[in-house]
Design a binder for this molecule. Structure first.
Ligand SMILES: [Ca+2]
Length: 139
C-alpha cells in the first residue's frame, strides 16, 4: 500500500485492526470479493473511520485552582453512543453521562466528594469491550 492511496481487501468477517496512532483518517477502501458460483466478482466501496483511542486520567483535582479540576476523558466524543458511570467504593453510582456532554467535576448531587478512589465503567458502545479502571480525586 502506498502512502497516498491503497486498497484493503476485507470480507464481512474481517476485524479492522485497532489503530492507535493518535490520529483519525478516513480510508476509502475498495472491498472486493472473489468467490462463489461461477467465480463471480463483486466490488463495493466503503469508508472506514479509524477512531482515536480514549485516554482516561487516573486522577484529577477538583479544588478550583483551574488545573485538572475536571475528569476529562480525551477523545471520548469520538464515540457518540458512549456511556460513563462512576461508582464509589460501596458500589453506589455517583456520576453518569451518556454521550459525554459533560466532564465529571468530582461532585455528587452538587456536593464535593471526599478525596478517594472511585471506579469507572466506560461503555464505548461501538463493539469494544467496556473500559474499566479507577480514578482518584486528589488535592
Ligand atoms: Ca485542580
Amino acid at each position: 500500500m502506498s502512502k497516498k492511496t491503497g486498497s484493503l481487501q476485507i470480507s464481512a468477517k474481517t476485524r479492522i485492526p485497532h489503530v492507535n496512532k493518535g490520529f483519525q483518517r478516513i480510508f476509502k477502501n475498495e472491498v472486493s470479493k472473489s468467490s462463489g458460483e461461477g467465480n463471480c466478482t463483486a466490488s463495493d466501496t466503503m469508508n472506514v473511520k479509524i477512531l482515536k483511542l480514549i485516554t482516561v486520567p487516573n486522577s484529577f483535582s477538583p479544588n478550583g485552582d483551574g488545573i485538572n479540576d475536571q475528569w476529562v476523558i480525551t477523545n471520548l466524543a469520538e464515540y457518540p453512543g458512549n456511556r460513563v458511570e462512576v461508582y464509589n467504593r460501596y458500589g453506589q453510582i455517583i456520576f453518569q453521562s451518556k454521550g459525554y456532554g459533560q466532564s465529571w467535576d468530582g461532585t455528587y448531587k452538587g456536593s464535593p466528594l471526599p478525596f478517594a478512589t472511585y471506579y469507572y465503567i466506560i461503555t464505548l458502545n461501538n463493539g469494544f469491550a467496556p473500559v474499566t479502571g479507577s480514578v482518584t480525586i486528589v488535592r
